[in-house]
Write a protein that binds this ligand. Sequence first.
Ligand code: ZN
Length: 234
Amino acid sequence: MHIKRTKIYHSSNFSIYFGNKTDPKPSKAFGLIQTKLQAKSFTVFTQVHGTQGHLVSRKDSAKRTGDILLTCNPGCAIGVLTADCLPIIFYDPNNHACAIAHAGWRGTVAGVAQETVRLMHSSFRTDPSNLQVYFGPSAQVCCYEVDSGFSRYIEKQHHSTVFIFKNKKLFFDNAKLNHLKLCEVGVLEKNISLKHNVCTICDCSYHSYRRDGKSYGHQVTAVSLTEPRHNCSI
Ligand SMILES: [Zn+2]
């Protein structure tokens, strides 16, 4: 496995694409992403900040909603659009299956990360301790200011870990909360990569809803399996 000094992460079994602001608009970039990942199809659903997941076996053009996509089919790229929310990629090397989740704070609180692990276990017999997890670009605690009432949405035992007070303002660490929740369901801390988890608010090479307001755009994060998997019945 190696990491190129580009926004594409390659291994022998899968490729991950981390988009940024210099890429075309997502709707125009889908074909480009499919080519970059050497995929046969590319699927993105309408995201609703929930925990619903879908198995993807080929390009699904139906207007479906969901914040988790899963596949064990090589060449079926799956992706999410984000502008501050956290994109999370999951790879199970034992069963050669992958998933991607869209984790804004609402999805995080609703349990989208844990639900992805649960769906991978029920769909592919995934053992969480084998999962490789990659966090993409998202709003970070350096810039992600929330009002004081926001803390009511977060379990109290996590407050000291996921909130920081700075200049009398409260800042939220969404990536840390997802990290904690994944470890709670058996994902190993050493298997969670934060290398690509840069801050979309203070790094202007990324789109940010919180920084850009109504004129904000989206970046795409996508993953595709690159080798055949045996015993895939989907
Ligand atoms: Zn920042």
